[in-house]
Design a protein around this ligand. Structure first.
Ligand code: 6PG
Length: 241
């Protein structure tokens, strides 16, 4: 696990975008394609905008990029809460990723069926060799330490076989989420942490509390925490606090 402190939330987004581009090029050079796992929430927005603009836009191998999502809310595809809608608006509508390489969660189905269908797509189309290896997987850090839609106390945290599960929520729409069986096959997981409140959550993770984010530990990959100064201020001194 690497924690990198940057001066501002803008600098965090720039570092994330540059890292995505570096890994994308590397992935294409090594195995001919780039599998990019996207997230929702606020944390990826500036990154999506940067990737959609010059100069990063021109440096990305869009034609060889395959897009998947770490999680999704089961709301209509055009709803502002829909993670694919967010990514489409800010990024995918503006870059030449072939439509057939964008794999959305089928939110028109109930969550349980959508999870089964999404896993089937991932296994058949994106990862036919049976390993869910996204080259870069973006995740966000929830206020309660959740990542993707894997919340504290959820039985989904312990899932070892399925790559995708449905997650019932009492507050808000049901969700579909990758499990750690898939997340921890990623080559690189990037989490952007900005502001003091999120810094406090990261502190709990680094202190060893058994929060979902603590379980992000790719079997054969890396975790990169990109942290702004406001978040770093509440981390242990050797990490910028
Ligand atoms: C989502 C993600 C969720 C998110 C965290 C952090 O779609 O909302 O599933 O895991 O990344 O809740 O959200 P923020 O970036 O908005 O703080």
């Amino acid at each position: 696990m690497t924690v990198r402190v940057l001066a501002s939330s803008t600098a965090v987004a720039v570092a994330a975008a540059e890292m995505v581009q570096e890994r994308a090029r590397q992935a294409v050079a090594e195995h001919g394609r780039f599998v990019f796992g996207l997230t929702g929430g606020r944390s990826p927005r500036a990154l999506y905008r940067l990737l959609a603009q010059s100069p990063l836009r021109e440096g990305m191998p869009w034609a060889l990029t395959h897009v998947i999502w770490g999680d999704e809310r089961c709301v209509p595809a055009e709803d502002a809460e829909n993670n694919a809608h967010l990514a489409t608006t800010l990024l995918l509508a503006q870059v030449p990723v072939p439509a057939g390489q964008i794999h959305r969660v089928p939110v028109e189905m109930p969550a349980a069926a959508a999870a089964v269908s999404y896993e089937e797509t991932l296994r058949r189309v994106v990862f036919p060799d049976g390993v869910a290896r996204s080259d870069v997987l973006l995740l966000g850090l929830g206020d309660d330490g959740h990542v993707a839609s894997l919340f504290p106390g959820s039985p989904a945290l312990a899932e070892r076989q399925r790559w995708v599960v449905d997650v019932a929520r009492t507050e808000g729409p049901d969700r579909v989420s990758l499990t750690f069986a898939a997340i921890n096959e990623a080559g690189l997981v990037i989490l952007q942490v900005c502001g003091e409140a999120k810094g406090r959550v990261l502190r709990r993770v680094l202190d060893g509390e058994d929060l979902p984010a603590r379980r992000v530990a790719p079997r054969d990959g890396q975790v990169l925490w990109l942290v702004d100064e406001a978040a770093a201020a509440v981390l242990p001194p050797d990490l910028g606090g």
